[in-house]
Design a protein around this ligand. Structure first.
Ligand code: AMP
Ligand code: AMP
Length: 356
């Protein structure tokens, strides 16, 4: 497949490359970043969101589709290739398209690692083998011993996740959530049950640059989730009386700066994850990746997820996060960092090391 993609890339006019993505998730970040680095942009969007990308004026070319899976249609791929497009994958590719192996359009980043990211067990293997600390996993509800968080396969943005303190509590809440239509019976059967870490969630958006041969910390954020972040807005009495089961549907993200003495471990962990990625799939991580953590009262960092692509939370860093500003001394954010790498890749004849 690699050869096929590289052959297509070789047909591209190097001074006419365009950067494209699906209109959702972090497209504003990606397309604006491409524009800031002097690229024309292509947005593949549905009719219902088209006006968003027109309204913000970030798309030079719009390819309208019925649904995002149409990205795989031959005529859509043809149009993208004719426009010399390099695609930037994000969370909507996982959620709506799945495997990118049937996509012939050149993609920025390592497709094998993006595939790994979609399977929780593989994520875990990657993080563990990198030497990071992870929450324990309970292989069945019977094993729950202390607070546990219940999740489901795939990128679901926290929808229907809940907390259980025992086997009985698990079944009681799962049944109730199924009754309320929040989750399905199948979700309950395939639930992924993890030790709940009491602490605060912190998400690190890194970028591995082949040009600079280094891991860069571009932004840090935390999530804003309904209704777990909303429950504190009503008094404890009402929380109990109404039988609320707080879940974790993502609504947005909030920028963050971490205590500086944590940075030595955070940067080291980003580096370790990069190094181990080379053992999973050569040449390893290319471009953006995110480590998702909970930090407890002792400053222990537990990593519960990795994303091998741009995450939506990195948009808190537009036009610069404190970290990217210190690193670059100019406005720099994930979408722009990707486009900068592609621009330097073209100038230094390194594009083939970045595109898969
Ligand atoms: P959407 O098109 O908003 O449904 O997003 C596509 C996928 O990305 C879904 O799985 C969402 O849960 C996930 N997603 C979107 N925005 C965010 C965000 N800010 N943080 C985490 N996940 C997100
Ligand atoms: P995820 O979809 O896996 O990114 O997780 C969604 C939400 O669940 C985030 O707000 C996390 O902070 C929270 N979360 C996930 N795993 C854990 C855990 N092991 N302990 C505590 N909170 C967690």
């Amino acid at each position: 497949m690699r050869d096929r993609i590289l052959r297509i890339l070789q047909t591209y006019r190097k001074n006419g490359i365009r950067i494209g993505t699906i209109g959702s998730h972090s497209a504003l970040n990606i397309l604006k970043g491409a524009r800031d680095e002097g690229f024309e942009t292509v947005c593949i969007c549905r009719e219902k969101e088209r006006f968003v990308y027109e309204n913000f004026g970030v798309a030079d070319h719009i390819i309208q589709v019925e649904n995002f899976r149409d990205l795989l249609l031959e005529d859509v791929q043809r149009k993208l290739i004719d426009l010399n497009t390099i695609l930037i994958p994000h969370g909507s590719y996982n959620a709506y398209i799945g495997s990118l192996y049937n996509l012939n359009v050149p993609v920025f980043g390592n497709r094998v690692l993006m595939e790994w990211e979609t399977v929780r067990e593989k994520q875990r293997e990657w993080l563990e083998n990198s030497g990071l600390k992870l929450p324990k996993v309970y292989s069945s509800p019977d094993e729950i011993n202390g607070l546990a968080i219940v999740k489901y396969p795939g990128a679901r943005g926290g929808k229907g996740y809940f907390i259980a303190s025992s086997r009985d509590d698990f079944y009681r809440k799962a049944e109730e959530l199924v009754k309320r239509g929040v989750i399905s019976e199948e979700d309950v059967e395939n639930a992924h049950i993890q030790q709940y870490i009491l602490g605060v969630p912190v998400y690190f958006s890194f970028f591995y640059s082949a040009v600079n041969d280094r891991v860069e910390l571009i932004a840090v954020d935390r999530r804003y989730e309904s209704n777990v972040d909303g429950i504190g807005r009503i008094p404890a009495d009402e929380q109990i009386q109404t039988g609320i089961i707080p879940t974790y549907t993502i609504v947005g993200n909030i920028p963050l700066v971490v205590r500086e003495s944590l940075l030595s471990r955070i940067l080291r962990d980003g580096e370790r994850v990069y190094r181990h990625s080379k053992r999973i799939a050569e040449p390893g991580m290319v471009g953006p990746f995110c480590l998702e953590s909970i930090i407890d009262e002792n400053g222990e960092i537990y990593y519960f997820e990795i994303s091998a692509r741009i995450v939506a939370g990195s948009s808190v860093g537009i036009p610069a996060s404190p970290y990217s500003y210190v690193l670059f001394g100019e406005n720099m954010y994930m979408g722009r960092r990707i486009a900068r790498e592609i621009r330097l890749g073209i100038e230094k004849d390194m594009l083939e090391e970045m595109v898969f």
